[in-house]
Design a protein around this ligand. Structure first.
Ligand code: GLC
Length: 408
């Protein structure tokens, strides 16, 4: 019998593509035949357990096509998809929908900025200052773009302009901002997101005054990852003797930490903010555990969150945690096409695992690792899993299961 590491190595090899002098990994050849930004970061993290050079190549490719603004796009369309593939990402291709996006070969939106964390993981496992030096300017420009075009005040929290930028495309967090009722179909959801892309295309990238009229959400998940990223950017700046940058990143980091903490009500509830409609989003999703990952809670609040919420079988503790939406929510859904409305995804489990470890919940983290592994043993490498039966759903040969290698 092969080990998990061998199975993951085989999958990564099978999904690997080499083109235009770059090497990257498809999340799933049948459904996702392009390069995705945060997927590639997960891939690079997975690859640090298999092949350091491949990890570097993956991150290099993911950061290779910034837009003129400095923003790193969430999809790079290196090649035409193979005949017969159902390329989900294609609907979001800016230049297919409207040429006025002015982008060729990439999408026109981004995804959570986990690139600096990825670079830090690579550098920690196999120190290579030249590689840090190589990617640093691109990462700096991306962070400048976020600061300049996606915040409402200096050193502020970042808003996203499309649900897909959160990585959780149809999460019920975005129903109200999209003007959708809680009950709706997957295709109604997609139609609304495409309509939003078209409205944004007409804004010609003007995020501050135009795009915010259609959709702008200060999303918790995105901002926790942004906060962590600022910390790594500060460290890289110091490493590369760029003291002015280091001071700037440090100032931003502490302001963002302060502002994020202020969005935590009594330490337990945590709400994203719908800027366009001026209201908090109170839908209970797995995002509420991200303060653990970001180190934003007191020990006491962490304890309550873990024991009163995470381990409660009426809320999040299912036979196979972590459901992406709390069981008591009206939106909670485990149908085959529920996507981010209640099924288990491996990336949230990876964030939860590291959050639990950060606060010393070593045994519980180990349980999450074992249950994640059990899902792969039972159902293979799938996009999502049923939170009660463990049945595999969505795309086949989906790479995120490899993150279990990084739960150690
Ligand atoms: C889906 C996921 C998104 C991911 C993409 C490629 O759209 O929601 O997070 O990046 O697939 O795997």
């Amino acid at each position: 019998m092969q080990s998990l590491r061998e199975d993951v190595a085989e999958l990564m090899q099978q999904n690997r593509r080499i083109t235009h002098g770059y090497q990257y990994t498809l999340p799933s050849p049948e459904l996702y035949p392009f390069q995705w930004l945060w997927d590639s970061c997960f891939h690079a993290i997975i690859l640090t357990h298999i092949d350091d050079e491949a990890a570097k190549a993956e991150l290099r490719a993911a950061c290779s096509q910034p837009l003129v603004s400095g923003m790193l796009p969430h999809i790079i369309y290196w090649e035409e998809p193979p005949v017969g593939a159902t390329p989900w990402g294609r609907e979001l291709r800016g230049d297919v929908i409207n040429a006025s996006w002015g982008v060729d070969g990439t999408s026109a939106i981004t995804q959570p900025p986990i690139m600096a964390r990825t670079l830090a993981t690579i550098h920690k496992r196999s120190p290579d200052l030249d590689f840090v030096r190589e990617l640093y300017p691109t990462l700096c420009r991306h962070h400048e773009y976020l600061e300049q075009s996606r915040t409402r005040e200096p050193n502020g929290l970042v808003f996203i302009v499309n649900p897909d930028e959160s990585g959780e495309d149809n999460s019920p967090r975005f129903d109200a901002p999209l003007g959708l009722p809680v009950e709706h179909t997957a295709s109604e959801n997609l139609a609304e997101r495409i309509r939003l892309m078209q409205a944004n295309a007409a804004c010609n990238f003007d995020t501050r005054t135009c795009m915010t009229k259609h959709f702008a959400v200060v999303d918790i998940g995105f901002n926790v990852i942004y906060l962590e990223s600022l910390g790594y950017m500060r460290e890289f700046a110091t490493l590369l003797d760029r003291s002015k940058d280091a001071i700037r990143f440090a100032a931003r980091e502490s302001a963002v930490r302060r502002k994020l903490s202020a969005q935590l009500s009594d330490g337990l509830e945590w709400y994203s903010y719908d800027v366009t409609n001026g209201r908090y989003i109170t839908v209970d999703t797995w995002n509420r555990f991200l303060p653990l990952y970001g180190g934003l809670l007191s020990d006491e609040a962490a304890d309550r969150l873990v024991h009163e919420v995470l381990c409660d079988t009426e809320q999040y503790w299912t036979p196979f945690p972590l459901p992406t939406v709390a069981k008591h929510e009206t939106a909670y859904n485990t149908a085959d096409d529920a996507f981010w409305r209640g099924l288990v995804w491996m990336a949230p489990n990876w964030f939860l695992y590291h959050g639990l470890r950060r606060y010393g919940y070593v045994d519980l983290a180990e349980t999450i690792r074992q249950k994640s592994y059990a899902l792969i043993e039972q159902s293979g490498f799938r996009e999502q899993y049923h939170t009660v039966t463990g049945e595999g759903l969505g795309a086949h040969d989906f790479t995120w299961g490899g993150l279990v290698l990084d739960m150690e």
